[in-house]
Design a protein around this ligand. Structure first.
Ligand code: SAM
Length: 311
């Protein structure tokens, strides 16, 4: 049983993620002209880390694009634990915005993001009719919502108040978030989304396999910084990710570890990024990729076509 997760330490994981993404972007793994406005420095990372982040970001972008195409952008996107994610700006730049995108995170994290957006014209430019407060933003197509995922009652109310329409197709995205939240509370969120949005997709990226040597190191590393992978205790592998969706009202669930995802990414782009940083041997990268998974599920009341096959 893990130690209770310290909220501040969990929030700091956003800096880790953004710092790794910023470094990979600077090295040319993928394009993101906005990340520099949300994270200033770019410390050196290993080639394994950059390739891992590449697989994570690329696969999520592919699946989000698929959803936007299938719904012809007449849809909504909800990002749980969005941190400093730049997805909204990347979609805006490509004229691929959904009708509404709501980003949720702890108030301290949304306060920082709100400040960045308010003070950087490059980010602000993407929002139409923004009303910006210290911790929140409301605009025509984008809402930044300070909320705690562990309080589903209040979260649900806030999401509906933010203007989400339960009748519009909706993609819920959780990228490296649910593992930090206690299992029962994650179930509440997954069940709430299934109960309220009948044409929807849930996408989740999480660490898995905590029980082998590599998994132990991963857990200890986070624990030493005050972070417990609470959600991973009840959902430690691909099979339990699938079961969790089915137990909480979702259909057509799938899950694959990131080694499998990596193997399915467009070969030409993978060949391109593999030339960026030299990798001696693949053993460590494979280990790393096998300790994360991407999973998804859908509800298809409007028969848009299932998204049950992953990337
Ligand atoms: N999704 C972003 C990404 O992948 O770049 C950030 C990931 S970061 C590892 C985890 C994020 O989840 C942090 O921003 C943290 O504050 C947020 N988070 C964790 N638990 C949360 C909770 N109970 N309520 C709201 N946000 C939470």
């Amino acid at each position: 049983v893990g130690l209770p997760s310290d909220d501040l330490a969990v929030q700091a994981t956003n800096d880790d993620a953004t710092s790794c993404k910023r470094y990979a972007v600077d090295r040319g793994y993928w394009k993101d002209e906005f990340i520099r406005y949300l994270y200033r420095s770019s410390e050196k990372k290993s080639p394994e880390i950059s390739r891992g982040y590449y697989a994570r970001v690329k696969s999520i972008h592919i699946l989000v694009d698929q959803f936007l195409d299938r719904t012809q952008q007449k849809c909504q996107l909800v990002t749980f634990g969005a941190g400093s994610d730049t997805l909204h700006w990347l979609l805006w730049k490509r004229k691929k915005l959904p009708a509404l995108h709501v980003e949720v995170d702890f108030p301290t994290v949304t306060a920082r993001k709100s400040h960045c957006i308010k003070t950087r014209p490059v980010l602000l430019e993407a929002l139409s009719n923004p009303v910006i407060t210290m911790e929140a933003i409301r605009s025509d197509h984008y809402v930044l919502l300070p909320a705690d995922l562990r309080d589903v009652k209040s979260l649900g109310k806030q999401l509906i108040d933010a203007g989400l329409d339960p009748n519009l197709p909706t993609l819920f995205l959780a990228e490296c978030v649910l593992a930090y939240v206690e299992g029962a509370k994650v179930n509440d969120v997954i069940r709430w989304t299934a109960e309220h949005f009948k044409t929807s997709v849930f996408l989740n990226y999480d660490p898995i396999n905590p029980f082998d040597k590599f998994g132990e190191i991963m857990k200890q590393n986070l624990k030493s910084r005050g972070c417990a992978l609470l959600g991973m205790e009840t959902c430690p592998d691909s099979e339990s990710q699938v079961k969790r969706y089915h137990d909480n009202g979702w259909e057509g669930a799938w899950s694959m570890d990131m080694a499998e995802v990596y193997a399915r990414l467009p070969r030409d782009d993978v060949a391109r990024i593999e030339r960026i940083d030299f990798l001696d041997e693949r053993e460590l990268l494979d280990q790393l990729l096998r300790h994360y998974c991407l999973s998804g599920a859908h509800l298809d009341s409007q028969q848009l076509g299932a998204m049950d096959d992953g990337p």
